[in-house]
Design a protein around this ligand. Structure first.
Ligand SMILES: [Zn+2]
Length: 309
């Protein structure tokens, strides 16, 4: 079993009952693991500090999140993506977002400081958040903050994103960084939010050539997906030689996800995760940090709402 990171405080990241993002899927996953005889005892992180957040986000943005979090008015909040239908304001949103960042950061620290190989953070994966703009249910970008931490320790990072939505926030923040390769497999931005992730988005400056995008047509099924997966990763990882993988493991490319149009099955996901572990073993001494990312229930259950990133 990998090390699992989770804290009940993750549930505070909640935009309200009518919002499609719901924290309940983590409960579902823990219930399922338990029912399958794999009950886990998660490690509990601390929330990220303000300094952690400022390693990636601009102070003007963070101070507005903090103000809105405590009920103060911020007239220009929508200029920062706050108070929108996707990212409504809720009390305590700053702290709630910092819990998820703290979990992903703890995963990175477990790998770098304590030699852990496989870590699964049962939260985070908030890949749309930009330096000074909340987007797509994402306030703070836990992934970019964790990647930034790892590269500062001298590890080159292969960031792999299998969420059906393009990882626009992570890509933007790391666009010039030569220490981080980002690879995003997603439904083409011609059809799906956030409308980014074209093959010509390759990075800039020292990061040029290290930002890879594989936009897929609607209704792409598993065999085609995995063919592209192997073709791109086999070549690029051999060239880049990462020290660690950070994965946004969104499950919304599943055929039953109602908000997107790819056609992966649970068997395809099993193949994909086995490949990721093999690639991590081959190229990064087995070091891989998974985060939860997006995914939506096909039909709301009485006790469980929808969720997507
Ligand atoms: Zn998604």
């Amino acid at each position: 079993m990998p090390s699992v990171i989770y804290h009940p405080a993750y549930r505070k990241y909640n935009f309200g009952e009518d919002h499609p993002f719901s924290p309940v899927r983590t409960d579902m996953m823990l219930d399922l693991l338990s029912a399958l005889g794999h009950a886990v005892s998660p490690l509990e992180p601390e929330p990220a500090t303000r300094a952690d957040i400022l390693s990636v986000h601009e102070e003007s943005f963070v101070s507005r999140v903090e103000a809105l979090s405590t009920g103060r008015e911020v007239p220009d909040r929508e200029d920062y993506g706050l108070g929108t239908p996707d990212n409504p304001v809720f009390p305590g949103m700053d702290e709630a977002a910092r819990w998820h960042v703290g979990g992903t950061l703890q995963g990175a620290r477990l790998i770098f400081e304590q030699g852990e190989k496989r870590v699964f953070q049962l939260g985070g994966g908030l890949h749309h958040a930009r330096r000074k703009f909340a987007s797509g249910f994402c306030i703070y970008n836990d992934l970019a903050i964790a990647v930034n931490y790892l590269t500062r320790q001298g590890l080159w990072v292969a960031y792999l994103d299998i969420d059906v939505h393009h990882s626009d926030g992570v890509q933007q923040i790391l666009y010039e960084d030569m220490r981080a390769m980002t690879v995003s497999f997603h439904e083409s931005g011609r059809y799906l939010f956030p409308g980014k992730g074209d093959i010509h988005e390759l990075g800039s400056g020292p990061g040029r050539g290290l930002k890879l995008n594989i936009p897929l047509e609607p209704f792409t099924e598993g065999d085609s997906y995995i063919e592209a997966f192997d073709a791109v990763l086999g070549a690029s990882l051999g060239s880049f030689k990462p020290g660690v993988f950070v994965v946004q493991a969104g499950a919304d490319a599943h055929f039953d996800d109602p908000l997107a149009d790819l056609m992966l099955t649970t068997h395809d996901y099993e193949k994909i995760f086995r490949r990721i572990l093999e690639y991590a073993d081959t190229f990064a001494a087995g070091r891989v940090l998974f985060t939860l990312g997006g995914g939506t229930l096909s039909a709301p259950l009485p006790a469980y709402g929808q969720c997507s990133i």
